[in-house]
Design a protein around this ligand. Structure first.
Ligand SMILES: [Zn+2]
Length: 264
């Protein structure tokens, strides 16, 4: 099984990363994309990828929440790291009109830089988009040369945008939060995503699903469950029921998808 989007390094706030990683292996979650969110994460994620080279594919980028932290020259430092490591991808980047402060112009500039880099280096780009879909669609429409693939993680754009995003090279990943019955938008989109463009994720340590879809091993200081990569097995079980597919069949499809996605 594959966790298509997490922040394994951030689980260190709650438990040793080695323990969390080991539980993922024991649950059969053998590969993952570990996403950096700010430049100060890059080396941590790179270190993890060196420690677990068969399992971890790093994504390096600047998350929209952290655009104000960027230091001069980050674009060149990111491009250099990616050039040194042809198998690595770009992210987490994107747009967010919910989390304060918004820093809208910086977000846009930063996101456009990631798209440009993805195009130039031919790398997939991992995208966070929260309450910013009109803005997202405008930027994608205005960008003549897009990266080979765009992975919309924890997809929340609704079924209406799927066709257009597919044309832009969109892939769609869902986290455990999809399994809340109230998550109607995501649940309507799921069956309409072409099976060969679908991925699943934990977004560990965030976006934990309903209690029956989380292992409960990882907890914050208040005792609240955090998600971890091992939870992917439970999420896959829940999603296969929603899709009316056998879990083994879905698992095989997701493995094929992941290989294709990384080879684009
Ligand atoms: Zn994330």
């Amino acid at each position: 099984m594959i966790d298509a989007h997490n922040h394994l390094h951030d689980t260190a706030a709650f438990a040793p990363v080695e323990t969390v990683f080991q539980r993922a292996m024991e649950a059969g979650v053998r590969r993952m994309i570990c996403n950096a969110a700010r430049e100060s994460d890059w080396q941590t994620v790179l270190q993890l990828a060196k420690q677990y080279p068969l399992s971890i594919t790093p994504a390096l980028g600047i998350h929209p929440w952290y655009v104000a932290e960027t230091q001069d020259g980050w674009q060149d430092r990111l491009a250099n790291l990616l050039r040194e490591h042809p198998g690595w991808i770009i992210g987490e980047t994107g747009l967010d009109l919910y989390h304060q402060p918004l820093n809208e112009s910086l977000q846009e500039e930063c996101f456009r830089t990631h798209l440009q880099l993805g195009y130039e280096l031919r790398r997939p780009v991992v995208i966070h988009c929260v309450r910013a879909w009109d803005w997202m669609m405008r930027i994608l429409r205005e960008t003549p040369h897009l990266p080979p693939a765009l992975l919309f993680h924890a997809y929340s754009g609704g079924k209406e945008l799927l066709a257009k995003l597919l044309q832009y090279g969109g892939w769609f990943s869902f986290a455990g939060t999809l399994l809340y019955e109230k998550n109607i938008r995501a649940r309507q989109s799921l069956p309409l995503v072409p099976k060969d463009r679908l991925l699943l994720e934990t977004d560990a340590p965030d976006l934990a699903g309903p209690p029956q879809y989380r292992s409960g091993h990882l907890k914050d200081e208040t005792g609240k469950d955090k998600s971890e990569p091992a939870d992917l097995r439970l999420i896959l079980g829940g999603v296969s029921t929603l899709l009316d597919m056998a879990a083994e069949e879905l698992e095989a499809q997701l493995e094929t998808n992941f290989t294709t996605f990384l080879s684009l």
